[in-house]
Design a protein around this ligand. Structure first.
Ligand SMILES: *Cc1c(COP(=O)(O)O)cnc(C)c1O
Length: 353
């Protein structure tokens, strides 16, 4: 594919790596490409980073046709840069697009966009372990009319943000509240799609939990309010009586690439992993009998996030003595080791630029 590149005349420099935080600093450029029914995807271009203009009737502003992805470019110890399973993100973005009636991307073109862009912005990939260049591809419906119909015009963009280590202060287990009121999505809805609307609908519960001193909510299914789904915007795993249990993908759960990678690593280490329905009653029983050994969230941002406390109704339970568990630590070490190029990539997951 042809990507027209217009370079900035006023390049910025990267702030100190320990001051990056997450998603606040952006690189010098951004990628854009337009879609129309007549022309398909066209006008692929990299331009200086800056504001974009939208028609006030643009579909995304009224009907929420928006999807996104999140992945990272990692700096290896040898100075090179690599991505982690980028094709998984591209395929998932197309599944999200299909659900939201947005146009699909050509997979090879999408990979070329990612690699061309990261190569151009290479100086923005930070060097310390745990830091990365966070990549945010996103797509939105961009018809300039208020009629409700499948999208005829869309825009695809890629922006990137150098980000600090998620665990700059060390890995501390988080406190989680089981959410009884709001639900994130329902089966048949958009739970498996990475769309902005899912986030808009779930922030209220997160805010309420934060006021009570919890960092995330544990979502229950939207139909029976009975089965565990996800924790905040991460997938969730439990080690119960020696077996790792994670909610099965029912359609309302986001199929995380970290989730998938954790399952593959665990199986390769000989652990039994069950992808099945897990009811909150079973979880509470495991907590009360002492059989819940470890609990953790998993996602690209944190890799794994140990859960140290779980609240349900007016009861609060400590998980694994409030410390990071053995399996959680092992997963963290192996996955970050592969991502930052410190551990041999026996799974062939990294994509070197
Ligand atoms: C992105 C996301 C995840 C994690 O997916 P990864 O591919 O592992 O980053 C989990 N749950 C939700 C709701 C998400 O949006």
């Amino acid at each position: 594919m042809e990507i027209k590149i217009t370079k900035t005349t006023t390049p910025n420099t990267m702030p100190p790596e320990d001051k990056l935080g997450f998603g606040k600093v952006f690189t010098d450029h951004m990628f854009l490409m337009d879609y129309s029914m007549e022309e398909g995807w066209h006008d692929a271009r990299i331009v200086p980073f800056g504001r974009i203009t939208l028609h006030p009737a643009s579909t995304v502003l009224h009907y929420g046709a928006e999807i996104f992805e999140g992945l990272k470019a990692y700096r290896r110890a040898d100075g090179g840069v690599q991505l982690f399973r980028p094709m998984e993100n591209i395929k998932r973005m197309n599944r999200s697009a299909e659900r939201m009636s947005l146009p699909l991307l050509d997979e090879q073109d999408a990979l070329e966009i990612l690699t061309t862009f990261v190569k151009l912005e290479e100086k923005w990939v930070p060097k310390s372990f745990g830091t990365s260049l966070y990549l945010r591809p996103f797509m939105f419906g961009n018809d300039e009319a208020l009629g409700v119909h499948a999208v005829h015009n869309a825009t695809f963009m890629l922006i990137a943000s150098p980000s600090g280590s998620y665990y700059a202060e060390g890995i501390n287990p988080v406190s989680i509240m089981i959410e009884n009121e709001d639900v994130r999505t329902v089966r048949g809805g958009t739970g498996y799609a990475k769309c902005g609307g899912n986030y808009a609908a779930s922030t209220r519960a997160g805010e309420r939990a934060a006021k009570k001193g919890y960092s995330q909510v544990l979502w229950l299914d939207g139909v029976e309010r009975k089965y565990i789904e996800e924790v905040g915007a991460m997938n969730v795993m439990f080690k119960i009586d020696g077996v790792v249990v994670t909610p099965m993908l029912t359609g309302s759960i986001l199929p995380g690439i970290t989730r998938k990678s954790c399952i593959e690593v665990l199986k390769s280490l000989g652990y039994t992993v069950e992808e099945r329905l897990l009811s909150v009653d079973e979880l509470i029983a495991a907590l009360e009998s002492g059989k819940l050994e470890e609990a953790w969230g998993c996602g690209t941002a944190a890799v794994v996030s140990p859960i140290g406390k779980l609240a349900y109704g007016d009861k609060e339970y400590v998980v694994g003595g409030g410390k990071i568990g053995e399996v959680t630590q092992k997963l963290y070490d192996i996955l970050t080791g592969i991502q930052w190029g410190k551990v041999e990539d026996t799974f062939h997951w990294v994509y070197k630029l």
